[in-house]
Design a protein around this ligand. Structure first.
Ligand code: SF4
Length: 450
């Protein structure tokens, strides 16, 4: 197994963005408000296809590692009110768009989106298919908490056309599960997988985490071995980001039991080795896919993309986000709804867009976004070709100087205008991507480099 090289220990401990967007969310500003979003939505080209994202910010219990926008509802009437607001927001957004925009991807995330229950899901999906034109091959995906998925909900998802589900597993180690307040034995996951497959939802993703308290290489490998029994099509493996100043519930996690950078690196590498040995392909920084999965095919064809859900085949540049904290990507820039549920509901009830912040793309942002996305997806990019396509004559002089220093450490290879992160440096690709981040975004709120 590969050990963390001593020359890279400092790099491994750096906190860096996951680069699911560029500019990254911490750089969004309140200058982009609901009025701006309204104006931008009115300019959408009727021929442009879109992706939709619906956020449900509620869970039945709080996992202490969680970094999502979610909370425990006071009671189920809170969920009912939220559903009505989602429907009202849908009406509001649709009134500003060309009729029945085409949809290639629809994703429900959270939180625990299945918490809304079967009848609300049928109602919302009916409204979505009434207002948008779902492409024949559209991916309709949802995040699932196996601990709360019922057979009835799985059947409803199948009947509503869902064709992909992401199940949160994280770890099967009971000691780690207790330390993160998420008790989920393998039988619970197995039942959820069975319910979903019985409902006709064949494409399953599983999410794992390393770097959790008490976690070891052995417990990570044991989790992978059990996960392989479920034969998931894709697996996402995230490094735990301990940011208790941002996420106060993480204070329940015993910091003394968290693995250090070298142990995290060993866990990530052991997990990767186990999936590769089992025949999975490595996708970007932290995903694995069966060789015949669409993600692997997109990688081979140079069409792999990165968005807020991680690595994706979603090629649509237009993303419409619904719900508290949801982020949209419009031709002019990113827009994010307020994460405060009461403020979100108040805005929508008043007929206002609930945007609290965002960013207006500059030409340079677009170029940097392309370079960062190609690095995160392909581990290689041709700077001259990217500049020629997005901002001719931009030469990245400052970045090239910094890359030359990194090349001396072996983090990157430079051949003319092409820069490549060598395979063995894949875990550090975010360090190389950060060179192209104009905000120099290295900070306490981000995830450790490994
Ligand atoms: S179920 Fe998922 S979203 Fe909810 S608290 Fe746990 S990790 Fe967070």
């Amino acid at each position: 197994m590969t050990a963390l090289p001593s020359s890279l220990q400092q790099v491994a401990a750096e906190r860096l963005p996951r680069y699911t967007s560029y500019p990254t969310a911490p750089n969004f500003t309140p200058a982009i408000d609901g009025a701006v979003t309204r104006d931008w939505l009115r300019t959408i080209d009727p021929k442009q296809s879109a992706s939709l994202y619906f956020h449900v910010p509620y869970c039945r219990s709080l996992c202490w590692y969680c970094g999502c926008h979610t909370k425990i509802p006071a009671d189920d009437t809170a969920i009912g009110r939220y559903i009505e607001t989602l429907l009202a927001e849908l009406d509001l957004v649709v009134s500003l768009l060309p009729p029945r925009v085409g949809i290639t991807h629809l994703h429900w995330g959270g939180g625990t989106p299945t918490i809304i229950g079967p009848s609300a899901m049928r109602r919302l999906q009916a409204a979505i298919t009434r207002d948008f034109r779902l492409d024949a091959g559209a991916e309709i995906a949802i995040e699932v908490d196996p601990r709360t998925l019922t057979a009835e909900m799985a059947t409803t998802l199948g009947a509503c056309g869902f064709n992909r589900a992401s199940l949160g597993v994280q770890t099967f180690d009971p000691v780690v599960q207790r330390a993160i307040h998420r008790i989920q034995n393998a039988a619970v996951t197995e039942a959820a997988v069975r319910h979903l497959r019985d409902a006709g939802i064949r494409a399953l993703n599983l999410d794992l985490i390393y770097g959790l308290p008490h976690q070891t290489v052995a417990s990570c490998v044991a989790t992978v071995e059990r996960v392989l029994d479920f034969a998931p099509d894709r697996v996402a493996v995230f490094g735990y980001a301990h940011v208790p100043a941002m996420k106060p519930h993480q204070r329940h996690i015993d910091e003394a039991k968290l693995p250090d950078a070298a142990a995290r690196f060993a866990q990530a590498e052991a997990i990767a080795e186990a999936f590769l040995t089992a025949g999975y392909r490595r996708i970007g920084l932290d995903h694995f896919a069966k060789p015949d999965d669409a993600l692997a095919r997109a990688l081979d064809a140079g069409r792999l993309r990165r968005n807020f859900q991680g690595y994706t085949t979603d090629g649509a540049d237009l993303l419409l986000g619904f719900g508290a904290s949801a982020i949209g990507r419009l031709p002019q820039g990113y827009v994010q709804n307020t994460p405060r549920i009461a403020a979100y509901q108040e805005a929508v009830a008043a007929g206002r867009m609930a945007t609290a912040r965002g960013v207006h793309f500059t030409a340079e942002d677009r170029l940097r976004a392309v370079v960062i996305e190609r690095l995160m997806c392909d581990l290689t990019v041709d700077l001259e070709a990217a500049s020629a396509a997005w901002l001719p004559a931009y030469n990245f002089a400052r970045e090239r100087k910094r890359l030359a220093v990194m090349a001396a450490d072996g983090l990157v290879e430079i051949e003319g205008a092409r820069i490549t992160v060598p395979a063995e440096m894949r875990p550090f690709v975010r360090r190389v991507a950060a060179v192209f981040d104009a905000a120099q975004a290295v900070g306490a709120t981000h995830a450790p480099a490994v």
